[in-house]
Design a protein around this ligand. Structure first.
Ligand code: GLY
Ligand code: MN
Ligand code: MN
Length: 453
């Protein structure tokens, strides 16, 4: 083995074989032809400052390669080949921007069959496409790549009189990759468990730091601190830290208001670790003690989540957890006087949507709203071991004449990340406190807390 850069190159080859196995599986599903999977571009934030770089999820799923300006070519057929294009080594750019693998080291480190400079794409891609029956890529995902790929195809077509054929079939590679990404392998599950633990730690830290008179962004800072302190590279999405009525704005992200005594605080925050998202919501009282109406709504949402967990397991269809949550919520809404019974009518007329207007979950993985279809051939997909989803019922009560005033401006969501197992499901975010007693014991208990002071 040739190692060109001691420290970085000798890092443990974490999950390397998983990427090789995924490429082999992709080639098997393709049957024949060539797949082209570019990574994400860098994005300018302003003038010459970039956003922190995040690779493309499909590309990363197949390679584990973290650098921008990279592209994978996967050739299927009797002798599958994986070819990586990446940036050349560059002493001066590496001085300013940091280490680059370069094709030679990348080939060894990431276990691809061949690797070339990204600058050689236009020269080599027409050759790799020649006489291949099919091209797989993600049409429409990026206009720049669309144009470039069509250009390569046209270069092949120009050689028709020399007897060289261009692919006659163009297929959307996302159909194959989305289905693969739906079932997580062992290395993905291990990473997602780690991400879940970090997010649990962040919620605990945020609960302990919450105090009347503090600002939402002070709680946000505690979340981000814990994510990064424990090695997560990003928040998986921008945290929602919504005090009082702000919790009833589903995508609230300003996080800039005062935390008032007597209000609830809804926090939806999860980290991204090594590419994988976690997605956790908890709701707690700013002053550490649920009022009676707050507790009634909280325990109802908790019961709805429990009902959804019970409906989550292999063989259940995608919508069953949602149906179970809606049933439990509708029963509670009638009991608390928020909806007029009977329960069947509340469900049938969707009257419950006045207080519960979103769905109960989504796939979770490299993307927080992960790849994968929810229906196949018009039918809800059947859950299988290895699938990862969120279970996140809620209740959001805006002031209205026909709504009991004691519930006004209460917004509650409880969200966990769930792995489908052979026998049921495993709540991988279990370490995030959730019962009324657990929460009341924690809120405001951070020693030396300076929030709101
Ligand atoms: N945090 C995004 C979601 O819950 O779907
Ligand atoms: Mn979610
Ligand atoms: Mn969420």
């Amino acid at each position: 083995m040739k190692w060109h850069n001691g420290g970085i190159m000798n890092a443990p080859l974490k999950h390397l074989s998983a990427h090789t196995l995924r490429r082999a599986e992709l080639a098997r599903r393709m049957g024949c032809g060539v797949a082209i999977i570019p990574t994400a571009p860098e994005h300018l934030r302003n003038r010459d400052s970039d956003y922190l770089y995040r690779y493309d999820s499909y590309f990363y799923y197949l390679t584990g390669f973290p650098e921008p300006e990279a592209l994978l070519v996967q050739i299927a057929g009797p002798t599958p080949r994986a070819i990586l294009f990446c940036r050349e080594k560059h002493a001066e750019r590496e001085l300013w921007e940091g280490f680059r693998y370069g094709p030679e080291a990348a080939q060894e480190r990431f276990g691809v069959d061949e690797a070339y400079s990204f600058a050689e794409l236009d020269a080599l891609l027409p050759k790799l496409l020649a006489d291949q029956p099919a091209l797989f890529y993600a049409p429409g995902a990026d206009a720049g790549w669309d144009a470039r790929i069509i250009g390569w195809l046209n270069r092949v077509r120009e050689q028709a009189r020399a007897g060289i054929a261009a692919p006659t079939e163009i297929r959307d590679i996302r159909t194959l990759l989305d289905d693969m990404r739906l079932r997580k392998d062992e290395s993905e599950i291990a990473t997602m468990r780690e991400a879940a633990d970090i997010s649990a730690g962040a919620h605990i830290r945020a609960m302990r730091a919450t105090r009347p008179g503090g600002m939402e962004y002070e709680v946000e800072a505690e979340l981000l601190y814990e994510f990064r302190r424990r090695g997560a590279q990003f928040p998986a999405y921008w945290p929602i830290v919504a005090g009082g009525a702000n919790a009833c704005v589903l995508h609230y992200r300003e996080n800039d208001k005062l935390l008032n005594d007597g209000d609830l605080l809804l926090v939806d925050a999860g980290c991204e670790l090594d590419g994988y998202a976690s997605d956790v919501t908890r709701t707690w009282p700013v002053n550490g003690k649920f009022s009676t109406p707050q507790r009634e709504i909280y325990e109802l949402v908790l019961a709805a989540q429990d009902a959804a967990f019970k409906a989550t397991g292999p063989g259940a269809h995608w919508n069953q957890p949602h149906e179970a949550a809606v049933q439990a919520l509708a029963e509670g809404f009638v009991k608390l006087g928020l909806c007029e019974g009977p329960v069947e009518r509340v469900i049938e007329t969707e009257d419950y949507r006045r207080f519960y207007m979103h769905r109960t979950g989504h796939w979770l993985g490299l993307d927080v709203h992960d790849a994968g279809e929810y229906k196949t051939n018009g039918e809800w997909r059947t859950l299988e071991p290895g699938m990862m989803l969120t279970v996140e019922p809620g209740c959001y009560i805006r002031p209205a004449e026909n709504v009991p005033e004691r519930y006004w401006n209460i917004g509650v969501r409880i969200e966990d990340d769930v792995l489908v197992t052979p026998t049921g499901c495993d709540v991988i975010t279990y370490a995030t406190p959730k019962t009324v007693a657990e929460i009341e014991a924690l809120v405001g208990q951070l020693p030396g807390n300076t929030i709101g002071r």
